[in-house]
Design a protein around this ligand. Structure first.
Ligand code: ADP
Length: 160
């Protein structure tokens, strides 16, 4: 059985992430979305529990996807979950450099785990969680970029 994890901070998940998860769930028997509890280089808007819940709600109709929090190294988490693959999404431009570099480091750490990159859909090439939060805070309509429940959660955070 082919199992993969899809790690990220997902603060919050947007349509680009959800599209990658849905497509990966067609490739693998099981997909575990792994929500990074405290990425060292990012300050987060949503708590780990919120990020897990928001992503889980967005993919609740896909039976072979589960969503869990994680901490530590992605390849270690893959092993702990019995996964042989790590899924990453690739947008045009600089994603390739960073993902390639990270995949080589993960390969060094865990040669038995392979990274599988799925190309972002054209509609979501320029969709970033950080950019969504920024423009939403300035009043932009982001309803085409996130599912309604995530749009509401964002609005709620920004109004508090
Ligand atoms: P990070 O892992 O750096 O915290 P994110 O949580 O934003 O990044 O993203 C997790 C994964 O989703 C990464 O592989 C990232 O490249 C991918 N991703 C982010 N945005 C998109 C998008 N718009 N389309 C496809 N993949 C994306």
């Amino acid at each position: 059985m082919a199992r993969a994890i899809y790690p990220g901070s997902f603060d919050p998940a947007h349509n680009g992430h959800i599209d990658i998860a849905r497509r990966a769930a067609k490739v693998f028997d099981e997909l575990v979305i792994a929500v990074y509890k405290s990425p060292p280089t990012k300050s987060l808007m949503f708590s780990t529990e919120e990020r897990v819940e928001l992503f889980a709600e967005a993919v609740k109709d896909v039976p072979n996807i589960s969503v869990v929090p994680f901490t530590g190294l992605a390849p270690t988490v893959a092993r702990d979950n019995g996964a042989q693959f790590i899924v990453r999404g690739l947008r045009a431009g600089f994603d390739f450099e960073t993902e390639f570099e990270m995949a080589l480091m993960w390969r060094h750490v865990a040669p038995d785990i392979d990274v599988v990159c799925i190309m972002s859909s054209l509609d979501y090439q320029f969709v970033y969680s950080s950019r969504i939060k920024e423009v939403a805070s300035l009043g932009a309509d982001i309803s085409a970029l996130v599912p309604p429940h995530i749009g509401e959660a964002l609005a709620c955070k920004l109004n508090n």
